[in-house]
Design a protein around this ligand. Structure first.
Ligand code: HEM
Length: 169
């Protein structure tokens, strides 16, 4: 019996056609670099999956691992929507830390620039709490995808947390 969730043959909805370049699986090229003024710098690997089922939405899953022990660490999943007839983009995101967020921003050429618009967390989320997130995805001329994430917390102003480059797998 055909898998009801296998929609690989379904055409991409025109509403998200400008994001077609994201679709598929991306593996990190070399370990990404994590930092923040309050933590020890670290290295991590990450796989990104972007897919669709024909709806005006892109589905995504990001799974990060410790670069040496390979243990699962940060995980995020969600949906991407575009405002019709504009370059406005919204990411609807759930993180395994107990944070949920909406990021909005713009698509210009093959770069997505996003800012958190709304953040909520479980009542017993670990401190410090994140207050703001800025994220950029950029498809480089060499075909590699780069992601940078900055955040502000209760105790720190907006500062870079993550920088990583992926290749299509
Ligand atoms: C630490 C948020 C993505 C790995 C932290 C801290 C926060 C945070 C608030 C604590 C900082 C402090 O103690 O002052 C986020 C957010 C993310 C994100 C909002 C996504 C938007 C990731 C990813 C990794 C990662 C992809 C990759 C493995 C770590 C590590 C630490 C850390 C290793 C330090 C140890 C720890 O507190 O667990 N992050 N993070 N984070 N983050 Fe992230």
């Amino acid at each position: 019996m055909a898998c009801p969730f296998n929609h690989t043959a379904v055409e991409l909805n025109p509403a998200v056609l400008p994001l077609e370049w994201l679709l598929g699986t991306w593996e990190c090229d070399e370990p990404g670099e994590g930092c923040f003024p309050t933590i020890k710098p670290f290295r991590y690997t990450e796989t990104l999956h972007f897919s669709h089922v024909g709806q005006p939405v892109i589905n995504f899953m990001f799974n990060a691992f410790h670069a040496e022990s390979k243990k699962p660490l940060h995980r995020e999943c969600g949906f991407i929507r575009m405002q019709p007839a504009t370059n406005r983009v919204a990411f609807i995101i759930a993180q395994n830390s107990g944070l949920v967020e909406i990021e909005e921003g713009e698509l210009t050429a093959q770069q997505l620039t996003l800012q958190s618009r709304s953040l909520a967390r479980i009542s017993f989320a670990k401190k410090p709490h994140v207050q703001q997130i800025c994220r950029v995805f950029q498809l480089r001329p060499d075909g590699k995808l780069e992601q940078t994430v900055s955040m502000a917390t209760d105790s720190q102003p907006l500062t870079q947390h993550l920088q990583i480059t992926y290749r299509r797998s």
